[in-house]
Design a protein around this ligand. Structure first.
Ligand code: MLT
Length: 417
């Protein structure tokens, strides 16, 4: 019998995936929580880990979605493939209500409707060259890092969990969770404000310094504004386009997930201004808008008609009232978490303009020690700061997305520890 080399029949995998450290943070937490639940089925777990909304979808959105379903059941109202970029009526209302009203010069055709900021902030790498120098804050939303690893834009991981080839901008209590603007030249910079995970915010002046840096170094800022609706201070910027010059250096990601409860329904959008330019390997100047439009037309078929009608209803007068009340509800949760933790003696950050409260874990405990401690002793699920990056070690994130009773119960349990 001939011995066959099995490897001859095995497809090659993307080896970059093998560089990834452990599982993606939230599935890893889910795995640990599941293991705990199996052996403690009597425990009433309170989940303040992943930032997933809990309150029902706004009535205005549900009504619009129901009506859209009925339309699809008629010959005149049926829709097959929609535009890959999103329906114009949704892009127009977004441009007007989220941007033009704030004095930002963003037009409907610069808005690309999608099924999530997580996907868009990863997919954007498709149109960007592999030679770019990339900076992320540390801690950071893990998707930015992992998607670069998967795309082969980093080297291997160091023992710290950081990856060779990425520039990390540490943020912690000593710099008030504001990254220092790099001294060296960086091509791609990921910024997220209000920040996930720390809840930190950026002022217009601070953001203007990032824009000035990007203009000076011909860099591109990937600005994640998925949590802008949670801003409580009218002087803080909701969009990077409130800063002069940002149209030349920034792409912005926005989402309906957290403000309107679309985490399960899926709708978001990305703004790619027409001024943005990049360079090909041969030195040719290319529009990023055209590349993203090409990318979406080829790889994406748009968000469902029903969901886009639901998203459109967010901007109706009832929709706006309901969304404001959802945001206030979660922000009241954040306030309860902040105040009760402060009272329990913790150092607490964020939670004032963001649905995330970032806390310092007790001395001598690591972030994962504290995760296990809270899970076992208080049956509360949170997110270890180290899961967001090496500089998140010693911190812990609690999400304000839950119902009031659970938030109050969780704070009571922490107070009793
Ligand atoms: C989080 O908990 O950080 C968020 O749920 C992440 C996300 O929106 O993908």
């Amino acid at each position: 019998m001939r011995c066959v080399d099995a490897s001859a029949f095995v497809v090659q995998v993307n080896s970059n995936y093998l560089k990834l450290k452990a599982g993606y943070l939230f599935p890893e937490i889910a795995r640990r929580v599941k293991a705990f639940s199996l052996s403690h089925s009597d425990k009433d777990l309170i989940r303040l880990g992943i930032g997933d909304v809990t309150e029902p979808l706004p009535l205005a959105c549900r009504q619009a979605m129901k009506q859209a379903i009925d339309e699809l059941g008629t010959e005149a109202g049926f829709h097959g493939y929609g535009p890959e970029q999103g329906y114009l009526w949704l892009r127009e209302i977004i441009a007007k209500s989220d941007y033009q009203i704030r004095g930002c010069d963003v037009s409907a055709d610069e808005i690309f409707v999608s099924d999530g900021s997580k996907c868009d902030s990863s997919n954007i790498l498709d149109i960007l060259g592999t030679g770019n120098r990339i900076a992320v804050t540390d801690p950071v939303y893990p998707v930015y890092v992992d998607s670069n690893v998967m795309a082969g834009r980093t080297g291997n991981a160091f023992d710290t969990g950081r990856y060779e080839g990425l520039t990390y901008l540490p943020i912690d209590a000593s710099n008030n969770f504001k990254a220092q603007i790099p001294e060296q030249s960086i091509d791609l910079i990921y910024l997220c404000f209000p920040n996930n995970p720390t809840g930190a915010v950026v002022s217009k002046e601070e953001l203007a310094r990032w824009v000035a840096y990007a203009r000076e170094h011909d860099s591109l800022i990937l600005f994640d504004a998925a949590y802008e609706a949670f801003i409580q201070d009218k002087d803080l910027p909701h969009s990077i386009y409130e800063i002069e010059g940002a149209r030349h250096c920034a792409i912005e990601f926005r989402s309906f997930s957290k403000n309107a409860g679309f985490t399960g329904t899926r709708c978001a959008f990305t703004v790619v201004p027409k001024e943005l330019k990049g360079q090909s390997i041969t030195g040719e100047i290319v529009d990023l808008w055209s590349l993203w439009n090409r990318r979406q037309s080829t790889k994406f078929n748009g968000v469902s008609y029903i969901v886009q009608r639901g998203a459109e209803a967010v901007y109706s007068s009832n929709g706006q009232t309901e969304v404001k009340s959802l945001v206030s509800f979660y922000m009241e949760n954040a306030k309860i978490i902040r105040n009760d933790l402060l009272q329990a003696g913790y150092s607490v950050y964020g939670g004032e303009h963001a649905p995330y409260v970032w806390i310092k874990v007790p001395e001598k405990m690591s972030s994962w020690d504290f995760f296990d401690f809270l899970l076992e002793k208080a049956n509360i699920v949170g997110t270890p700061g180290s899961g967001f990056g090496a500089s998140g070690e010693g911190y812990f994130r609690l999400s304000a997305f839950n119902n009031r009773l659970n938030v109050e119960k969780a704070m009571q349990r922490i107070g009793d520890l």
